[in-house]
Design a binder for this molecule. Structure first.
Ligand SMILES: C[S@@+](CC[C@H](N)C(=O)[O-])C[C@H]1O[C@@H](n2cnc3c(N)ncnc32)[C@H](O)[C@@H]1O
Length: 288
C-alpha cells in the first residue's frame, strides 16, 4: 500500500517522508484558527505537556517524551499495568472481529507505538488478508514495532494523527490504544479519523479513564504517586510518568467524549469500561 507523503517503516526499512498538508489544517497554525474547530463553540481541548504553548509545541513535547522512553516502553507498560494491558488490547481487537475477518478490510491503528494493539488486531484477523497499518509520529517507537514484527501483512508508517497522509474514506476500521489522549487537539483528531474512514466504517479508541468510588480512590493513589515513581525509576526519565496521570485527568469524561464523537460525525457511539473504568473503549460508526 503506498500513499503520497507517508514515511513508512517495514521490516525492510524506512521510506522517505514528505510534508503532508491534509485537511486537518496547516502545520503550525494556532489552535483557535483551526477550521476543524469552527462551529464547535468550545475551547480546544487536548494534551498540554508542561511548557507547551500551542498545538505544535504540545505535539513536539509528546513525541520527544515517547521517543525518550521508547527503549523501556514495553517493559514499563507491562509492569505498571500488571500485564492487564494485554487483555485490554485483546478485548478491543475482539470487539472489531467482524471487520477484521473481512478479507478486503483496511485497518489503521493510530498512535501505535511499539505495536501491541496492532499485533492484537492482526492476531484477531487471523488470515493475512486484512491490510493493517500501524502509524505513529515517534520514529523510535515505530522502530521497536518493526523489530518486534514476526508476521507478514503488517506495515508501519511514520505519520501525525492530526494530519494523516491518507485519502478520504479509505479505511474500514481506525483504532487507537492509549494514544488519542496525547493528541494536542481531540476534536481535530476525531475529525481526521472520520475523514479517513469510509461511510459505515468504525472507530475504536481505547484509553484510560478514572474509576469512581473506593476503587477510584485506590487507583488514583497508585496512578498519581506509585506509578510515576516506579516509571521514573525504571525508565530513568522524569517527565513522562508525571505527565501520564495529568493527561488522564485532563482527558474528557466519557459523556463529554461521546458528545465530541457525535459532533465529529460518529453515530451509535458508546463507551465500554474495562477493569472498573481504569480503561475503556470508545466506539463509533462513521455517518454522513
Ligand atoms: C502511550 S503510547 C501508546 C502506544 C500503543 N498504542 C500502546 O497501546 O501501547 C502513545 C503513542 O502515541 C503516539 N502519539 C501521540 N501523539 C501522536 C500524534 N499526534 N500522531 C502520531 N502519534 C502520536 C506517541 O508517539 C506514542 O507512541
Amino acid at each position: 500500500m503506498r500513499f503520497a507523503g507517508w514515511h513508512g517503516i517495514s521490516s525492510a526499512g524506512v521510506l522517505p517522508r514528505q510534508q503532508y498538508r491534509g485537511r486537518a489544517g496547516t502545520p503550525g497554525a494556532p489552535l483557535s484558527n483551526d477550521p476543524m474547530n469552527k462551529g464547535m463553540n468550545q475551547p480546544v481541548v487536548g494534551a498540554t505537556p508542561a511548557g507547551a504553548q500551542d498545538r505544535e509545541s504540545a505535539a513536539a513535547a509528546v513525541r520527544e517524551m515517547f521517543t525518550s522512553i521508547a527503549p523501556r516502553y514495553d517493559l514499563l507498560n507491562h509492569v505498571l499495568s500488571f500485564n492487564i494491558d494485554r487483555w485490554w488490547w485483546w478485548r478491543t481487537a475482539r470487539r472489531f472481529e467482524a471487520i477484521l475477518k473481512r478479507p478486503d478490510a483496511r485497518v489503521l491503528d493510530l498512535c501505535c507505538g511499539t505495536g501491541d494493539m496492532t499485533f492484537a488486531l492482526r492476531r484477531r484477523a487471523g488470515s493475512e488478508a486484512a491490510k493493517i497499518l500501524g502509524a505513529d509520529f515517534s520514529h523510535a517507537m515505530l522502530r521497536r514495532a518493526a523489530a518486534k514484527t514476526k508476521c507478514t501483512g503488517l506495515h508501519w508508517i511514520e505519520a501525525d494523527t492530526l494530519r494523516l497522509p491518507f485519502p478520504d474514506g479509505h479505511f474500514d476500521l481506525v483504532t487507537s490504544a492509549f494514544g488519542f489522549r496525547n493528541l494536542a487537539d481531540y476534536d481535530a483528531g476525531l475529525h481526521e479519523i472520520a475523514r479517513v474512514l469510509r461511510l459505515g466504517g468504525e472507530c475504536g479508541i481505547l484509553d484510560f479513564g478514572e474509576p469512581g468510588g473506593l476503587i477510584g480512590r485506590c487507583y488514583r493513589l497508585y496512578f498519581r504517586k506509585v506509578l510515576p515513581a516506579i516509571g521514573t525509576l525504571l525508565s530513568g526519565v522524569r517527565g513522562p510518568y508525571a505527565y501520564l496521570p495529568a493527561s488522564v485527568e485532563r482527558f474528557p469524561a466519557p459523556d463529554e467524549m461521546l458528545g465530541r464523537m457525535r459532533h465529529a460525525r460518529f453515530r451509535e457511539v458508546s463507551w465500554t469500561p474495562y477493569t472498573f473504568g481504569v480503561a475503556g473503549l470508545y466506539r463509533g460508526v462513521k455517518s454522513v
